[in-house]
Design a protein. Structure first.
Length: 91
């Protein structure tokens, strides 16, 4: 009986994961192009780019192309300042 409950739980969990659920930013009355513009501007503002130096095997130092990482907190703050709220999309 315990094995059957475990299998059933895993099956239901797999269905939920397969169905998919993602988060999205939404604001009533916003047009598609405005959403794209706001998202792009917030993403650009939240990118943390930096140059890195790397030592080679020969002992010299080279400059590595910029490494960029999205600061999710800064991105979220930017979107909230523009009036967006986080919502869920079920695929």
């Amino acid at each position: 009986m315990k094995m059957r409950a475990t299998v059933l739980f895993l099956f239901v969990l797999a269905l939920v994961v397969a169905a998919g659920c993602s988060t999205a930013w939404e604001r009533s009355g916003v047009s598609g192009p405005q959403l794209v513009t706001d998202t792009s501007e917030c993403r650009a503002a939240a990118m943390d780019g930096r140059l890195e130096l790397q030592e080679t095997l020969s002992g010299s130092t080279t400059l590595v192309l910029p490494v960029s990482e999205l600061d999710r907190r800064a991105f979220g703050d930017c979107m909230r300042q523009r009036g967006y709220a986080r919502g869920f999309i079920f695929d």
